[in-house]
Design a protein around this ligand. Structure first.
Ligand code: SF4
Length: 435
């Protein structure tokens, strides 16, 4: 299709936010190419006349980054660099009515479940036959596999259900087909993502079916690592631990956001659990899957959090000795349950609490990493930076966890597994020699 002037119709997709958004952008890219439309992802060249911005609307900083990106491309449109600017994703889903008025130069706004309509706008048709196919936008040896969309949980602070809608599991056949296609194209590591991966199947199969899905995915030839993210503590399906312990190619790794370590706060946050139940769950996970690495995320400064609640969270982190920890300051999000409460913790105190928790974790992480010195690990080589190879063990997820800084006298191909002996460790990285 020809647009203004003689320039060829080319779409540049820009992705903000989380891995789920990345998968959505990859699906859009695959559908466009499947329609023989020239498309690219985050092209730095000004050769695309249409830009689609897949936005994030999670918390303040992410929202600001999305708005800045939109304004940057609206300016580019003014300068004639691009002809059309379309916006999709969470920010658009959540604030479309306001944004349409505030940024009228955007050509059209789409929600998080508007793929067909967006494709139409780009003169493309949704191709069912492409389900299970996906062009990756990260190095091909690992891939995110989105097993469901949306969330049915009532967590007080969270705006995600407002943007992503209710929980919808993807059929196992479709996920296995996608895993096979990815493996055929060289993917060795699958990262299972969702808003709540442990809820998988409750809608579609009327039962928790994550363990079943893991078993089927672990039989896909070529997949050497399967990593589980976004587990939810309440109603955690214990059969998942059996499959994890049994199957060699399921990483001994679990990302399970817990959000707080005080029972009163967990109740205020509507997490449906208590500190005691959480500690029992962590103990059971470690008993059933020896040497498992547990990643979690916590929120500091939720309305109503007293110094006493915070001390409880500090002692929870001290006792639980998480392998990986992320801490976020509470963000007061409209239309969430917490928004009806007073955001009574000053920003400075929120930040201070985040730093105190991360300070505590730094010491724990250093001890845990130092206990790995002298040991040999299977490492997936992700990239080379200034002549140095960087990789990960099965205990580390890309972009969020530790890295292994590799020394090798031989050439190493990116995307390959190597055996490496740890020679040194810092808070958040391991140094190792390929053997
Ligand atoms: S489970 Fe996660 S995505 Fe769902 S409401 Fe809770 S915090 Fe939000």
């Amino acid at each position: 299709m020809k647009t203004k002037g003689s320039r060829q119709h080319k779409v540049n997709i820009v992705t903000l936010g989380c891995s789920k958004n990345q998968v959505d952008s990859e699906v859009l890219l695959t559908q466009l190419k499947g329609n023989r439309i020239d498309a690219t992802h985050e092209s730095k060249k000004d050769d695309a006349n249409i830009v689609v911005i897949n936005t994030c609307g999670f918390i303040d900083n992410a929202k600001q980054e999305s708005i800045d990106t939109i304004l940057r491309y609206v300016d580019a449109k003014e300068e004639g660099i691009v002809e059309k600017v379309y916006v999709t994703g969470c920010l658009s889903q959540r604030y479309k009515d306001d944004l349409e008025k505030e940024i009228p130069k955007v050509d059209a706004w789409f929600g998080t479940r508007d793929l067909s309509r967006l494709l139409k706008q780009l003169n493309a048709d949704y191709k069912q036959e492409l389900v299970g196919e996906r062009i990756l936008t990260n190095p091909g040896h690992f891939a995110y596999l989105k097993i469901s969309e949306g969330c049915d949980r009532p967590c007080s602070f969270c705006a995600i259900p407002l943007m992503r809608g209710n929980h919808i599991s993807r059929p196992q056949e479709e996920l296995v087909l996608e895993a096979k296609n990815l493996a055929r194209n060289g993917t060795k590591e699958l990262l299972l993502i969702a808003q709540d991966s442990t809820y998988y199947g409750l809608d579609l199969y009327k039962k928790r079916a994550l363990a079943e899905l893991l078993r089927k995915l672990s039989d896909v030839e070529g997949i050497e690592w399967i990593r589980l993210h976004y587990a939810f503590p309440t109603g955690f399906p214990m059969d998942v631990l059996e499959v994890m312990a049994e199957k060699k190619n399921i990483c001994k790794y679990l990302d399970i956001p817990l959000q707080h370590g005080s029972t009163e706060m967990l109740q205020m946050m509507r997490r449906g659990t208590t500190r005691e139940k959480t500690e029992v769950l962590l103990q059971t996970i470690r008993e059933k899957v020896p040497n498992i690495a547990i990643r979690t995320t916590l929120i500091a400064g939720h309305p109503g959090e007293t110094e006493k609640h915070f001390d409880e969270m500090m002692s929870f982190v001290e006792r639980s000795r998480f392998d990986r920890l992320g801490v976020f300051p509470y963000s007061h999000e409209e239309n969430t349950h917490s928004y009806s409460m007073k955001d009574d913790i000053p920003e400075k105190i929120k930040q201070d609490r985040v730093e105190r928790l991360m300070g505590l974790q730094e010491g724990i992480s250093l001890e845990l990493n130092q206990s790995k010195v002298g040991k040999v690990f299977k490492v997936l080589v992700d990239r080379k930076e200034e002549g140095i190879y960087m990789g990960r063990t099965e205990y580390d997820s890309p972009e969020v966890d530790n890295e292994v800084i590799l020394k090798s006298s031989e050439y190493v191909r990116l995307g390959d597994f190597v055996e490496a002996k740890v020679t040194n460790a810092t808070e958040f990285d391991l140094h190792a020699e390929v053997i």
